[in-house]
Design a protein around this ligand. Structure first.
Ligand SMILES: Cc1cc2nc3c(=O)[nH]c(=O)nc-3n(C[C@H](O)[C@H](O)[C@H](O)COP(=O)(O)OP(=O)(O)OC[C@H]3O[C@@H](n4cnc5c(N)ncnc54)[C@H](O)[C@@H]3O)c2cc1C
Length: 502
């Protein structure tokens, strides 16, 4: 008997979108709006939602009011709280996917393992765990906070108890009565610790740098306001606008005049002094850098949780982890049942950058080895027909990322429109455009609190450059991306020889 194996089928599409968080979903909706139906969304998870599908740890919630942290075109009058928790945001994104009918465009369980530009065919060859795809245009919405970062602590692999990262929570594991070690004191830690502290036996929080924490002005929404928003959507839009404007004021302090941050720092200091009575603990929780240098955190229950009798803030630094304990540099050994890693994500070393190969065969990560350069956070020379969502210098700490994502999605929409109108096979940004953009970002980053605020943070790359945050008002970013800066791109018409950007 002879057996034949059929060659793997490659699906051809106009656009392939990687990821299905706010970025990928926003892009999918934009494509449909522009009448582009021939696209696919490749998502490694089993549902839409991105961040809000993956971060289901106890206490996971948004730090920006939901009236602002949501798509402008898909308001939700029914948010149950002013700052929503993870289940509500996840449900919102699933609802948006259904309302805008983009779920059927998804292939779930499709992790993109390689995307390679084929210059002869002028197509992206995309390999996934659910088959091969060939796309004219590739849009990566793979997320900047999507791949958990695991700390490299001596002995961690020998730990015999449970190890759980906040972004991959193990809901089967029962923490009741356990001795828990939480590593990290960033945005996830200050949410998870208050949620688990009342039910664990003990919790030791291993802190390297204390965060500045201000009160969380969260409350349940009332039936009256929900009904008002439903009947008069303009009211909800006005509230959104006011929230947006209020938050942009922070940019002045972060980028131009640090003295404007003094009242915010005073608020944080008073919050700490009110909630923490013990002078030793208070000292351990007091940051020694300017507020805003790291992400400003909001919580009403972080300080009470770490002040509880079964909690301890450990500042000595971890020397090693043994099978049943954590040992700090001062020689103290704390018996531990579960390690909760609240250690963040690969941000300045994006995993997807190792998987995308451009015209000369190098990966984005290789091209970026000296620093991440792009045009407007979206396009990279040598990578035709590739667009990045939430690429370098698109991050914001003071307001809603969704605002930035919508700006970028519209920009990519403009690029696709230009390609269609001009009959282009390829569209590629120029090295000169990238250099000019790098200059602009560097100039605006100079003098900001992130570089001069006396802290190290995940906002800066290994060279100390700001490659993560947009260093200006977000409306300036929107202005910059409202139209395609066509002069910064080289286009190759269909059937013309490939022209290399110079
Ligand atoms: C706990 C937490 C709280 C946050 N709170 C706020 C907040 O309050 N305000 C705010 O503005 N921002 C917040 N953020 C930032 C948040 O990440 C962004 O606001 C936004 O959700 C990013 O959306 P995204 O679609 O770009 O990325 P993501 O939501 O991360 O989605 C990326 C998607 O790509 C998929 N993917 C990645 N790699 C591949 C691959 N190789 N193949 C296939 N699929 C892939 C992932 O599975 C994921 O579904 C928070 C982030 C976290 C982690």
């Amino acid at each position: 008997m002879t057996s034949t194996t059929s060659p793997p089928i490659t699906r051809e599409v106009h656009v392939a979108v990687i990821g299905s968080g706010f970025s990928g979903l926003g892009m999918a909706i934009q494509l449909r709006r522009q009448g582009i139906e021939d696209f696919v969304v490749l998502e490694r998870g089993d549902d839409v939602g991105g961040t809000w599908r993956d971060n289901s740890y106890p206490g996971a919630a948004c730090d920006v009011q939901s009236n602002l942290y949501s798509f402008s075109f898909a308001p939700n009058p029914d948010w149950p709280r002013t700052y929503s928790e993870q289940p509500e945001i996840f449900a919102y994104l699933r609802d948006v996917a259904d309302r805008y009918d983009v779920r059927a465009k998804h292939v779930f369980g499709a992790e993109v393992t390689a995307a390679t530009w084929d210059d002869a065919a002028r197509r992206w060859d995309v390999e996934t765990t659910a088959g091969s795809f060939r796309a004219k245009v590739l849009v990566s919405g793979a997320g900047a906070l999507a791949d958990p970062s695991y700390p490299d602590i001596p002995g961690i692999e020998s730990f015999a108890g449970t190890v759980v990262h906040t972004a991959r929570w193990d809901h089967e594991h029962d923490l009741d009565g356990e001795r828990v070690a939480v590593i990290g004191t960033g945005a996830s830690a200050i949410q998870v610790v208050p949620a688990i502290q009342p039910r664990v036996g003990s919790v030791a929080v291993y802190q390297r740098t204390p965060p500045w924490v201000i009160p969380r002005g969260d409350r349940p929404t009332t039936a009256a306001e929900r009904s008002l928003y439903r009947r008069f959507p303009a009211v909800q839009r006005a509230v959104r606008g006011a929230l947006y404007a209020g938050r942009e004021f922070l940019v002045l302090g972060m980028t131009r005049n640090r003295r404007l941050l003094a009242p915010v720092q005073k608020l944080a200091r008073t919050h700490l002094e009110r909630q923490v009575r013990d002078p030793q603990l208070r000292a351990a929780l007091t940051p020694d850098y300017t507020i805003g240098c790291k992400r400003i955190l909001i919580s009403n229950d972080w300080y009470p949780a770490v002040s509880a009798p079964n909690a301890e803030v450990v500042t000595a630094g971890i020397a090693e982890i043994r099978p049943h304990s954590v040992v700090t540099r001062d020689g103290v050994e704390r018996p531990t049942d579960t390690l909760v890693l609240a250690t963040g994500f690969h941000v300045t070393d994006l995993p997807i950058a190792h998987r995308i190969r451009g015209r000369d065969g190098r990966t984005l990560a290789e091209v970026w080895s000296e620093g991440m350069v792009t045009n407007r956070g979206a396009a990279v020379a040598g990578f035709p027909n590739l667009f990045l969502l939430v690429g370098p210098n698109v991050g914001v700490g003071h307001t809603s990322m969704v605002y930035m994502i919508e700006s970028q999605v519209a920009y990519v929409g403009e690029a696709l429109r230009a390609m269609a109108v001009e009959g282009l096979a390829t569209l590629e940004t120029t090295p000169a455009a990238q250099e000019a953009y790098r200059e602009l970002v560097a100039q605006r980053s100079a003098g900001t609190v992130w570089l001069g605020g006396g802290c190290g943070s995940w906002y800066l790359d290994e060279h100390g450059h700001n490659t993560t945050l947009w260093p200006d008002f977000t409306f300036r970013f929107r202005r910059l991306t409202r139209e395609l800066d066509r002069d910064n791109y080289v286009g190759t018409p269909e059937r013309a020889p490939v022209e290399v950007a110079a």
